[in-house]
Ligand binder design. Structure first.
Ligand code: NAP
Length: 543
């Protein structure tokens, strides 16, 4: 397909995509169906995105393999076999390398190159993309596939650059060498999903592990299993049905949907259902026990109490156990991590838990970490301190739309997007997993997103439009709906645990729902309807 540009200028590419993770690879494949000349710009030296960068010890999915993968390629589905129920980082990376190889994607990827910025040239209605190698490329369509958790943040602690030992952020873990933690004194700051995965994996290796905990998490045990041929065969035979089921679920997983609330059953029945969910583990506990754990405070309280009971039963030292029990925010108030022996690790005497909520870390010194007057001498500091989630990857570079307006300025008074896919004032710019897309299992959301973008572009091209642009009123309407949906969850109430999905993990960031809490199923339906109705809320710009 020959793309149409306003001034008939010859662009270098029909589409430029940033990022070669799940989203970028899928987007490239989908745009090839339009015979587009496309290029992915990737900062790393290989494909994988999140799974390329996050090589920290213990990194693995919190989702099970059969819905943490794509269904759009028959070849990939037939030929790839998963090994673990919750695949570890090397396995997911191998999967994405396989996807890339099998679909012959690498020839259209420029590695070791960053996008520094991009500006919309209003005269020609094309994008000019500036790269770290000094070059500038032109494209009609510019698509962000940068992931939702890719802009790392370090805590603002005085002296952070003074430490003479080794220090690593989980998402910037060395890839060219093994980090040797054997026999070392290691300090860990951060207990979200990343830190929680690290603790049990490095505890058996290190001399001492000092865990500096500000906010404890509700960690739900996940039982990992080997995937045998039989299980893989069953999944292969049902891939389409599983994915269809996932698209009808609020969290985009192929799970049973409970029909009762925790408050509506007897205490005994409640306990039995929670026990069953706990054994099934991970997101099953959060999503399959009851239908109101994210919306009803009383029901949520029962789930929160149940997890605290499990913590107290598992952790033998009562002081550590109490510290590990979240008390001032509800279950689901932060994204609950999956645990693989997390609480059990604290039964080792050399795993020390330091409460830095009551006395915050005062300083990082040459020798280690200082809390109040006590200095903990360390060989290694691990920062599992998270990301400028959902928006950071987009606002850290200069993306300029019409009249040179920067995307970060456009959002300075609040996020405004059309279904998290487009932004008014930024024509022919699309985002896969942009802010205000659902809080959900991502590969399913990505697959829906890339297919929607492919069809929207096809619609614009077949109408000889030189631009497709979201309407301001549609962005404002979606912002209203994101707010409405978020406000009806327990995530919006009371004291919360600095959740990234609220922008609350970063000083200076607006406190607002960065994700859509109204359900992935509802969101997918809305996207389908827009597609069927020929894109109301988007304007086709023609000569
Ligand atoms: P995170 O959930 O944002 O956690 C950051 C942690 O750093 C929090 O415990 C935070 O404490 C702590 N922290 C920040 N500054 C601190 C300070 N000055 N002193 C003490 N503690 C400090 O980040 P993450 O663990 O990287 O996870 C982010 C998201 O990535 C997850 O929610 C998940 O969606 C995704 N992820 C997924 C997987 C998976 O699926 N397998 C694995 C890893 C990550 P406070 O809570 O007190 O702010």
């Amino acid at each position: 397909m020959e793309t149409t540009t306003k001034t008939k200028i010859k662009v270098d590419y029909d589409s430029i995509i940033i990022g070669a993770g799940f989203s970028g690879l899928a987007m490239l494949h989908h745009l090839r169906k339009l015979n587009f000349k496309s290029l992915i710009i990737e900062a790393g030296s290989g494909v994988g995105g999140t799974w390329y960068w996050n090589t920290y010890p213990g990194a693995r999915t919190d989702s099970e393999f059969y819905y943490y993968s794509f269904s759009f390629s028959k070849e990939v589905r037939e030929e790839w076999s998963w090994k673990e129920r919750y695949p570890a980082q090397p396995e997911v990376l191998e999967y994405l390398k396989f996807v890339s190889k099998r679909l012959d994607l690498e020839k259209d990827i420029k590695f070791n190159t960053k996008v520094l910025g991009a500006n919309f040239d209003e005269v020609n209605e094309i994008w000019r993309v500036k790269l770290s190698d000094g070059s500038e490329l032109t494209t009609k369509y510019f698509i962000s596939c940068m992931g939702v958790l890719s802009a790392a943040i370090y805590p603002k602690i005085p002296g952070i650059d003074k430490f003479k030992g080794e220090s690593y952020h989980t998402s910037e873990w060395p890839r060219d060498r093994q980090v040797d933690l054997k026999g070392k004194r290691v300090g860990l700051i951060g207990l979200g999903a990343s830190g929680v995965q690290i603790v049990p994996v490095i505890a058996p290796i290190v001399k001492d592990l000092y865990v500096f905990q500000r906010t404890p998490n509700y960690v739900v045990a996940s039982t990992n299993l080997k995937v045998d041929d039989n299980w893989m065969k069953q999944v292969r035979e049902n891939y389409d049905a599983l994915h269809r089921q996932a698209e009808k679920h609020g969290f985009a997983v192929p799970f049973y949907k409970p029909t009762v609330g925790a408050k509506d059953v007897s205490p005994q029945e409640r306990e039995e259902i929670f026990e069953k969910g706990w054994l099934e583990g991970g997101f099953h506990f959060m999503l399959e026990c009851f239908n109101d754990l994210a919306t009803n405070e009383e029901s949520n309280q029962y789930a929160s109490d149940f997890i605290r009971k499990k913590i107290r039963e598992t952790v033998k030292d009562p002081v550590k156990a109490e510290l590990l029990c979240p008390k001032d925010y509800p279950f689901n108030g932060k994204r609950p991590p999956g645990g693989h022996g997390y609480y059990e690790a604290y039964n080792n005497d050399h795993v020390h838990l330091i409460d830095v909520k009551s006395t915050p870390i005062s300083e990082i010194t040459e020798k280690g970490i200082k809390v109040g007057n006590q200095e903990y001498e360390l060989d290694v500091i691990i920062y599992a301190t998270g990301f400028d989630a959902m928006t950071g990857q987009l606002t850290r570079i200069d993306i300029k739309g019409r009249k040179g307006e920067l995307l970060r300025d456009h959002w300075s008074d609040g996020l405004k997007t059309n279904l998290g896919l487009s932004v008014n004032g930024f024509p022919n710019f699309f985002m896969v997993l942009g802010p205000q897309t659902p809080y959900a299992n991502l590969p399913i959301a990505i697959q829906k997103g890339v297919s929607w973008i492919q069809n929207a572009i096809k619609h614009a091209e077949s109408n000889n439009a030189y631009a497709i642009e979201s309407e301001r009123s549609a962005d404002l309407e979606w912002a209203k709906e994101v707010y409405r949906a978020g406000s009806s969850t327990i995530m919006s109430k009371g004291e919360l645990g600095n959740a990234w999905f609220l922008g609350a993990n970063l000083d200076g960031k607006n406190r607002e729902f960065n994700v859509y809490m109204g359900g992935a199923d509802v969101y997918f339906d809305k996207c389908d309807r827009v597609e069927e109705d020929k894109y109301p809320g988007w304007e086709l710009i023609k000569n």
